[in-house]
Design a protein around this ligand. Structure first.
Ligand code: FAD
Length: 406
């Protein structure tokens, strides 16, 4: 086969220009300024998928299992992200977040979260019903937890700045280069993209929802599969831009991996509601009616997914119903913000969460990495991976360094 080589062999090739790919390439160049680094990205710009379609929250790290990678990286990441924003004059706002209980069951679950937040030594305050009224007159609840360090930012802006730094440090960012094949050989790795071949000594994949497909391209049988959970948002009309001062979150159901529909102040001054979590008929099917038949076939034949749906049947049906009928969606928000009406829910872009599951049908909660000789794949990086991007990148670089020493 005639191969067009796009670059001389690079030391490190990163797949994906979301926040993880950008942070990893940036960190590699900071640590090894004399080595060559390139990113290949299938879209025409950075942050085109999860990174540019999320809630924009810098999480403080309340929810995560002590000892998990999420717990470790989220707290470090929140500090690192704010420091990065300060250094690069990217606006962020530390508005804090209120997790609001609206029923005795939620109040009981809130107590567990309070204990967890204390275990993580976060700056939190338990808020009574009366104090909640003073803090947020438009929010109804029987108690809340105030997490003071939670902040908001535009992750697209953060990622673009990271990509600029990659280029400024001599790295290359190749957009519209979809990775279609990967050959591993003793000398390194050859990656065939839609424009030609890039040879690399080491490959790092930060391909989001495509991570299992990258594992397959390496000729390995992935032990996990990626499931697309669409998170649909609505925008509130401008007159509601001051409706809340903090981010308002419900108390999450501990049996589900998602945080529930929240009221989110965005860094541009608007307020959004969302996201829900509904199974999408395609890994990049952002709109209703947009179906990818190949992805659908995989979803329909996935035994793991069948088990997940069976286990969470009630929640799956309810999320689907609320996705189709605005009234059901609104009902979830009105539990804590009763003044909102259906007419307040204006269209807004959706995001798709890349959630890994095992073949046995377990949702993989923590961040997951697959290591191979000369290669590291970020397999599962759901929320709070945007918050955690900088320490995740440092972890990846450290893992590669350790592998080099072996
Ligand atoms: C609705 C929603 C809300 C969220 N809210 C938050 C939040 O408030 N705070 C937070 O911390 N996290 C949040 N998250 C999670 C966070 O957005 C993600 O964890 C993070 O963006 C993951 O970054 P990534 O770089 O791994 O993936 P992505 O941003 O998805 O980037 C992967 C990139 O790889 C590219 N790619 C894939 N396959 C190929 C290929 N074959 N060749 C070349 N390129 C390829 C894609 O085009 C894409 O650009 C949210 C996620 C969603 C979906």
């Amino acid at each position: 086969m005639n191969k067009t080589h796009l670059l001389e062999q690079v030391d490190y090739l990163v797949i994906g220009a979301g926040i993880l790919g950008a942070a990893t390439a940036m960190t590699l160049l900071q640590r090894y300024p004399h080595r060559s680094v390139a990113i290949v990205e299938k879209e025409s710009g950075g942050a085109a998928h999860q990174t540019g379609r999320n809630s924009g929250v810098i999480h403080a790290g309340v929810y995560y299992q002590p000892g998990s990678l999420k717990a470790q990286f989220c707290q470090q990441g929140a500090e690192a992200t704010k420091a990065f924003c300060l250094e690069h004059e990217i606006p962020f706002e530390q508005c804090g977040k209120l997790i609001v209980a609206t029923s005795p069951l939620e109040y009981e679950r809130l107590q567990q979260l309070i204990i967890r937040a204390q275990e993580h030594q976060l700056d939190v305050e338990v808020i009574s019903q009366q104090r909640l009224q003073q803090l947020e007159p438009n929010i109804a609840g029987i108690g809340a937890l105030l997490v003071k360090d939670t902040a908001i930012v535009d992750y697209k802006q953060v990622t673009r700045r990271m990509l600029d730094k990659v280029v400024a440090a001599g790295g290359q960012v190749l957009f519209e280069h979809q990775v279609n094949a990967i050959d591993t050989c003793n000398a390194g790795i050859e990656v065939t993209t839609s424009y030609g071949v890039v040879a690399a000594k080491t490959l790092i994949s930060c391909a989001g929802i495509m991570s299992d497909r990258i594992v397959s391209l390496l000729g390995l049988e992935p032990e996990f599969e990626m499931i697309p959970f669409r998170g649909e948002y609505f925008l509130l009309p401008e007159r509601h831009n001051q409706i809340v001062k903090h981010l308002i979150y419900p108390v999450p159901d501990p049996s589900l991996p998602f945080l529930g529909v929240h009221l989110t102040k965005m860094i541009d001054g608007t307020v959004t509601v969302g996201p829900n979590a509904v199974l999408a008929p395609g890994r990049e099917s952002y709109r209703h009616g947009q179906v990818n038949w190949q992805d659908c076939r995989e979803l329909l034949t996935s035994k793991g997914l069948r088990k997940v749906v069976f286990k969470h049947f009630k929640a799956s049906v309810s999320e689907f119903k609320n996705s189709v009928f605005k009234q059901g969606y609104l009902h979830q928000v009105r539990k804590y913000c009763p003044q909102l009406r259906t007419s307040d829910l204006l269209p807004y872009r959706a995001g798709i969460r890349a959630q890994a599951i095992t073949k046995q049908g377990q949702l993989i909660d923590d961040f997951l990495f697959v290591k191979q000789p000369n290669c590291l794949i970020v397999a599962n990086a759901p929320s709070p991976a945007a918050t955690s991007a900088i320490p995740i990148a440092q972890y990846i670089v450290e893992q590669l360094h350790l592998a080099d020493e072996d």
